[in-house]
Design a protein around this ligand. Structure first.
Ligand code: PSV
Ligand code: MN
Ligand code: MN
Length: 426
């Protein structure tokens, strides 16, 4: 199913007047404060967030999976779903593939389809956290860190295969996330596991094309519950540094222990030019993969404050690869992704409102209250009219979820695809 421009414009008619009023009020207020509203709108328009190929069906937990009908059955349908998100928001112009979950069968066909929907191929993700059908060796006790050279070699080769798949699609980066670790004290020798991982990553890195990046994701626990080899940003940073200039750390918001100061991690990595990418989600307890901004929106804003600062002050840090990495157990996956996209753009817009010079002066004067007030003023501004205006300028929907529902998208998908669900496979 495809949504066309006319349908969106038709639907926008009901809210365009209200938006114009809200936008005029907001932009006048901000202009009077010396904010360059047009510059913010432009930056919002340029923000493209990749959708992971694994987030378009209803997720599940280890306790079960519930059906959500009309889910995509194959990669083509997943890309069509991203096309729907992109038509509504013009901010979801990329897909991130997990291999081997989504190996293209027809490369030209998939590229043509993605191209027709203005979707690029973002980072390709390797998967050595599951045993694949027909795999010669098992990753039960680790992949790149395994004590068996043959198992490490199989995992290295898989990553090289993933790079080759990405090359055919026009991807420019490989994301590596390892489940490797131990569930019980004494199970692993920490140093051996780390050394094996470093050496394996270096072998993968050696095959990386010149214009590619390797993004190393960290996570403190799960599926291993005692130790994880790449447990934190420091380990990821160390490994990226050991590999070379094209290797970077990737921050997934859910991959931190409770109360961790993620914004400070972002700042440190950007200062060192080593922040490569981002996986957005939200969490209350662990790697909950909840809708972006649904639990800690102020933290998301503080993270974006550091991102905005870094993008302006750390030219040594490359452009970031943005991706949503969330799971939807109860909601329509597409509606959930629309909510996440909106939350990211709102946090970005609010961070762009911060007067960095004023903040610097207040910091230099140790005027804590003014520092806080500057942040609060930005955070408490209702930026929704700016985000909607940015979308509208590009031909998107003023209210994406409302439009999605008005156009009956899910029912159309059910009509086309039937009541297929990943949960049941029926
Ligand atoms: C692991 O928890 C993770 O965040 C990694 O990014 C994986 O690739 C993704 O989830 C999908 O399982
Ligand atoms: Mn992730
Ligand atoms: Mn995760």
């Amino acid at each position: 199913m495809r949504i066309n421009q006319n349908q969106i414009q038709e639907n926008n008619k009901t809210s365009i007047k209200t938006l114009e009023e809200q936008f005029n009020y907001t932009s006048n207020t901000l202009n009077n404060k010396g904010v360059d509203v047009n510059a913010i709108i432009k930056k919002l328009q340029n923000l493209q967030i990749a959708i992971p190929s694994w987030a378009l069906g209803a997720g599940g937990t280890r306790f079960g999976r519930f059906s959500f009908f009309g889910e995509p059955k194959n990669l083509e349908q997943k890309i069509e779903d991203i096309g729907i998100l992109n038509a509504l928001t013009h901010s979801a112009g990329a897909v991130s593939l997990h291999i081997p979950w989504d190996i293209p069968e027809d490369y030209n066909g998939i590229k043509t389809l993605a191209n027709s929907l203005n979707i690029k191929f973002d980072a390709v993700n390797s998967n050595t956290f599951q045993d694949q059908n027909n795999a010669a060796l098992s990753y039960k006790f680790g992949s790149l860190s395994n004590t068996s050279k043959d198992i490490r070699q199989q995992a290295i080769q898989h990553n090289i295969d993933v790079i080759n798949i990405g090359k055919k699609l026009g991807s420019k980066s490989l994301t590596v996330w390892l489940a490797d670790g131990a569930s019980f004290p004494g199970q692993n020798n920490f140093q051996t596991a780390l050394i094996n991982t470093e050496n394996s990553l270096k072998e993968i890195y050696a095959t990386l094309p010149k214009d590619w990046k390797m993004l190393i994701e960290y996570k403190p626990f799960e599926p291993n519950f005692y130790s994880t080899v790449i447990q934190d940003w420091g380990t990821s940073f160390m490994l990226a540094t050991a590999c070379g200039d094209k290797a970077y750390s990737l921050v997934d918001l859910g991959h931190h222990l409770p109360n961790c100061n993620i914004e400070q991690i972002v700042s440190t990595l950007m200062y060192k030019g080593k922040l490569g990418g981002f996986h957005f989600n939200d969490s209350k307890y662990g790697d909950d993969d909840l809708t972006v901004g649904s639990i800690k929106p102020y933290t998301l804003f503080l993270i974006f404050n550091e991102l905005v600062y870094g993008m302006e002050n750390n030219p040594n840090n490359p452009d970031l690869e943005w991706m949503i990495d969330a799971s939807h157990n109860l909601k329509d996956p597409l509606e959930d992704l629309l909510q996440s996209l909106e939350a990211i753009q709102e946090a970005f817009a609010k961070a762009l409102l911060i007067d960095q010079n004023k903040l610097k002066n207040a910091q230099l004067n140790n005027d804590i209250v003014t520092c806080q007030e500057i942040l609060h003023d930005a955070y408490r501004t209702d930026v929704r009219p700016l985000v909607a205006k940015a979308r509208l300028n590009l031909g998107g929907a003023i209210n994406p979820i409302e439009t999605y529902r008005a156009l009956n998208v899910r029912n159309q998908l059910i009509k086309e695809r039937g009541k297929y669900s990943i949960a049941t496979g029926l």
